[in-house]
Design a protein around this ligand. Structure first.
Ligand SMILES: NC(=O)c1ccc[n+]([C@@H]2O[C@H](COP(=O)([O-])OP(=O)(O)OC[C@H]3O[C@@H](n4cnc5c(N)ncnc54)[C@H](OP(=O)(O)O)[C@@H]3O)[C@@H](O)[C@H]2O)c1
Length: 303
């Protein structure tokens, strides 16, 4: 497993485990996935306060803390979405300094840690008082409550502001051969660790693509019909034999880290096999066939 070092000295495995879809209701299965990830040298775990309204941080924090004496690992979490635990609902967006400084205490408690390795703003709009948000992250860093901070956003104007006006360590965006909108931003992102989430597009870049398209994207996406995507993916499957490896290979040409999600141990095992295949693949072999995907552009929130 390759290790990527950030400007703030976080050492992050090139494949990170996205914890959003872990089977939290079954802690034995969840622990099996976390333990397997650690055994394969995955050392970066991505969660958020919003996932299952605090429950994800709580379960991931509790289970991972059992391994802290044996393994070095990094946990990233996120803040900014107000939610109501009783109603199990998101209720608003709040990037104010006061809210961030209040919520970090809840995340520390739920994660069962003394400090947060990577604290990310979970979205953001250009109208926010971004300097106040940045000051809050800087204060938390100076106090040692967080080690580093990042942004999870797909908005070019928001990304541009944080890149130019903060010490952002990481930037998370959805990125894969279908959602290739981040490509136009790559020049701006030379100095941050890029984290690609959604590398399998919820399972589309797997052998199960036909089922996933039918069940999760019956109306297609990004201007593709489900039929168009089935045709492109079938051809890619024939040529490469492993759509996950193809997507990982594509992502690694631009992004430092792949934040891949799994809801079963088998999925994680398959994904790591595909990652290892991706490391052996030559991107230029697939340049032509990848051109079947449209080159997309962010239409809103432009710089
Ligand atoms: N705004 C944000 O900050 C934000 C937003 C979204 C995600 N994230 C983070 O990024 C992580 C990854 O995002 P994502 O879940 O969209 O990414 P993804 O890795 O593209 O999709 C994960 C899902 O794909 C399916 N899958 C994974 N491996 C598979 C396999 N080998 N075979 C068949 N299906 C497979 C599973 O769906 P099923 O569970 O249905 O089987 C799994 O839950 C999340 O866990 C979260 O940590 C952050």
């Amino acid at each position: 497993m390759r290790i990527i070092q950030s400007n703030n000295n976080l050492e992050l495995s090139q494949v990170s485990l996205g914890c959003m879809n872990l089977p939290l209701e079954d802690e034995i299965k969840t622990e099996e996935i976390l333990e397997f990830a650690l055994s394969q040298n995955i050392n970066y775990f991505d969660t958020a306060d919003l996932y299952q309204f605090g429950k994800n941080e709580e379960v991931v924090g509790k289970l991972l803390s059992k391994y802290r004496s044996r393994n070095n690992f990094t946990i990233g979490t996120k803040v900014g979405n107000e939610f109501d635990i009783q109603l199990q609902q998101k209720i608003g967006w709040n990037p104010t300094g006061r809210y961030i400084k209040e919520q970090v205490k809840n995340s520390l408690y739920r994660l069962n840690v003394d400090s947060i390795d990577l604290y990310q703003l979970h979205g953001g709009t250009i109208e926010d008082d971004k300097d106040e948000t940045i000051s809050a992250f800087e204060d938390l860093k100076a106090e040692g409550i967080i080690k580093s901070y990042g942004l999870s956003s797909i908005r070019p104007n928001v990304i541009d502001y944080y890149i130019k006006n903060s010490n952002l360590d990481t930037l998370m965006m959805q990125f894969n051969p279908i959602d290739n909108r981040p490509l136009e931003l790559m020049d701006l992102l030379q100095d941050v660790v890029i984290m690609a989430r959604g590398p399998l597009m919820k399972g589309i870049f797997t052998q199960q693509f036909a089922n996933v398209l039918q069940q999760k994207f019956p109306g297609g996406m990004f201007g593709y019909s489900s039929k168009d995507l089935t045709a492109i993916l079938s051809e890619l499957m024939e040529v490469t034999g492993d759509l996950s490896a193809l997507s990982y290979r594509y992502i690694l040409d631009y992004s430092d880290i792949i934040v891949s999600g799994a809801s079963t141990l088998q999925q994680l095992q398959n994904n790591l096999d595909s990652y290892n295949k991706a490391l052996e693949m030559n991107s230029t072999d697939f340049t032509g066939i990848l051109q079947n995907f449209k080159k997309l552009r962010y239409e809103d929130h432009r710089i």
